[in-house]
Design a protein around this ligand. Structure first.
Ligand SMILES: [Zn+2]
Length: 314
């Protein structure tokens, strides 16, 4: 930790860079993030291309504003890794006493998010999978994630150019945290009820709405195109630019996250290399491993009903 903190202070470029454009007419305030995970660079490349397009006069910002953050986690980006000292996209909230690099980023990023109405957060996945958008809950007054912009959020999601939508992130993670606590496997970092709160959940908690877009595989150049198209579509849909509004996707696949299963033991192994949302037959084996809840049932495989495995990037 000490060495990492020293690196964070002494390495050049470890600041949070944002580029903001203000239209001269009133409108929504959009913020777009790249590289919340440092090895997920499609958003970074797409954002830099949009910045060039705006500066070259190819895109005119007319109304509201757009703020572009090419690299949300500069330490992870510099290391070409998912995380710096921890996952920026968990436990994301401002702290009076930051202890690690991501805490210090959060203390800059959270107030920046709070000054906006809409977030588009651009990610990529380890495995090859069709691009998909993670959306938040329906409007509700519940204790976990009260929300009142579901219609606007889903309207934007269906105009980004992807055909797969996934929901149920925060309540599924809250269940996972509950199970960790019940089974005595919780650690200080993963037992906080706020564990599942990342950029989009934080954005909703401060009154905005937000979409995580998984643009494709980390190394796939097509993911940059997906990210770029999503930014252009978001700008047009929200009226920040004068381009024709993108068409709504009407034929799509909606999936719900159902369960979080921790790797409880170093011997836990997936039965095969899964890609996110691979379809499963009833009874098909997902992984082999120890089940810590029941010592008598050690070495038992975990079987699923109508689930689809998802090694979450977000
Ligand atoms: Zn990610």
């Amino acid at each position: 930790m000490l060495r990492a903190m020293t690196d964070a202070r002494s390495s050049p470029g470890l600041h949070l860079r944002s580029i903001a454009y203000e239209g001269l007419a009133p409108g929504p305030r959009l913020i777009i993030l790249g590289a919340v995970h440092g090895n997920e660079t499609c958003g970074t490349f797409a954002i830099e291309r949009v910045v060039r397009d705006i500066d070259d006069g190819k895109i005119a910002i007319r109304a509201g504003s757009v703020t572009l953050v090419p690299v949300a986690n500069p330490l992870a980006f510099a290391r070409r890794s998912r995380t710096g000292e921890r996952n920026l996209n968990r436990n994301l909230f401002p702290r009076d006493a930051p202890v690690d690099f991501e805490d210090r980023i959060a203390n800059r990023l959270c107030p920046l998010l709070a000054r906006h109405d809409v977030l588009l957060d651009l990610h990529s996945t380890r495995g090859r999978t069709e691009p998909f958008a993670l959306v938040g809950p329906r409007d509700n007054d519940g204790p976990l994630q009260p929300f009142r912009h579901a219609n606007e959020e889903r309207a934007l999601a269906t105009r980004l150019g992807v055909r797969r939508f996934v929901h149920g992130w925060l309540d599924t993670y809250a269940q996972g945290v509950e199970r960790r606590l019940r089974e005595g496997r919780a650690t200080a970092s993963n037992s906080d009820p706020r564990y599942g709160i990342g950029t989009t959940e934080y954005m909703r908690s401060v009154g905005g709405y937000a979409i995580t877009l998984e643009c494709g595989q980390h190394e796939d150049p097509a993911a940059v195109e997906v990210a770029y198209r999503a930014i252009r579509n978001a700008l047009a849909h929200l009226g920040v630019v004068d381009d024709a509004p993108p068409p709504e996707i009407t034929q799509y696949e909606a999936l719900r996250l159902r369960d979080v299963v921790d790797r409880a033991d170093a011997d836990d192994r997936f039965e095969r290399e899964w890609a996110s949302f691979d379809p499963l037959a009833k009874g098909e084996l997902i992984r082999r491993g120890r089940r810590p809840r029941s010592p008598r049932r050690r070495r038992q495989g975990r079987r699923a009903g109508r689930m689809r495995p998802h090694s979450a990037c977000a």
